[in-house]
Design a binder for this molecule. Structure first.
Ligand code: ADP
Ligand code: MG
Length: 195
C-alpha cells in the first residue's frame, strides 16, 4: 500500500529529476517534436509540488487527485492530459481500496491507453509503463528494467503524437515521454520500492 507520505516523496523526487533533465528532455523533443517536453513537465511539476504542499496531510486519494489536476492544468501539450489521466486513474483505484503499486500502475496504464489510443510499440511513454507494470507485478522493478524500456523506443517508428508526423525519420531517437516516464519510475524506485 502506497501512503500519502510516500506519494509526496515520489513526486518530489520526480520533480527534482525533471528539473535536472529539463534541457535534455527539450533536446530529445526537438528532432521528433516541438522541443517543449522538458519545459512542459517542469511547469507541471512545479505546480504539483506547490499543490501538494498546500494540501498538507491529505489522504492518498486526495494526493493523487491533486497531482492529476496540477498536471492537467499546467503541463499542456499531449503529455499534460496523459500524465494527468494516469494520476486521476490512480486516485480512482486508491479510492476503491487498491493502493498497491501494481493496481495503481495498471489502472494508470489502462487510462493512458484509452486517452491516447497508443499501444506498446508506438514509440510513446506506453513503452515504458507496459514493461514497468509487468516488472512491478513480478516484484522485479530495477533500474535496468527502466533503462531497457526507455531505450527500446529508440529504434521504433512513432505511430502516435507529433513524432508520428515524421514516420520513418523518427527512428533512431529516444521518445521524450518515455524518458520522462523513466524518471518517474526511477523516482518510485528510490522513494518507495527501495524504502
Ligand atoms: P506535445 O507533443 O504536445 O508537444 P509533449 O512534448 O509534452 O507534448 O509530450 C510528448 C510526449 O507525449 C511524447 O514523447 C509521447 O511519449 C507522449 N505522447 C504523445 N502522444 C501520445 C499518445 N497518443 N499516447 C501516448 N503518449 C503520447
Ligand atoms: Mg512537445
Amino acid at each position: 500500500m502506497l501512503t500519502t507520505t510516500q506519494t509526496i516523496a515520489w513526486l518530489d523526487n520526480f520533480a527534482d529529476k525533471i528539473e535536472t533533465n529539463k534541457a535534455y528532455l527539450n533536446d530529445l523533443d526537438t528532432p521528433i517534436g516541438d522541443g517543449d517536453h522538458g519545459s512542459n513537465m517542469v511547469r507541471g511539476l512545479t505546480a504539483v509540488k506547490a499543490a501538494l504542499a498546500d494540501k498538507g496531510e491529505a489522504d492518498v486519494t486526495t494526493a493523487f487527485k491533486t497531482i492529476a489536476m496540477a498536471l492537467i492544468s499546467k503541463v499542456g501539450g499531449a503529455a499534460g492530459p496523459l500524465y494527468g489521466t494516469a494520476f486521476l486513474e490512480m486516485a480512482k483505484t486508491s479510492k476503491a481500496g487498491n493502493a498497491d503499486l501494481a493496481s495503481l500502475i495498471a489502472a494508470a496504464l489502462a487510462g493512458l491507453k484509452k486517452r491516447g489510443g497508443a499501444v506498446a510499440g508506438d514509440k510513446t511513454l506506453i513503452d515504458v509503463w507496459t514493461p514497468v507494470l509487468a516488472a512491478v507485478r513480478a516484484n522485479q522493478l530495477t533500474p535496468t528494467v527502466i533503462k531497457t524500456a526507455v531505450e527500446s523506443t529508440k529504434p521504433m517508428v512513432a505511430k502516435k503524437g507529433r513524432a508520428s508526423y515524421l514516420g520513418d525519420r523518427s527512428v533512431g531517437h529516444l521518445d521524450p515521454g518515455a524518458v520522462s516516464s523513466g524518471d518517474l519510475f526511477t523516482a518510485l524506485l528510490e522513494t518507495v520500492v527501495q524504502s
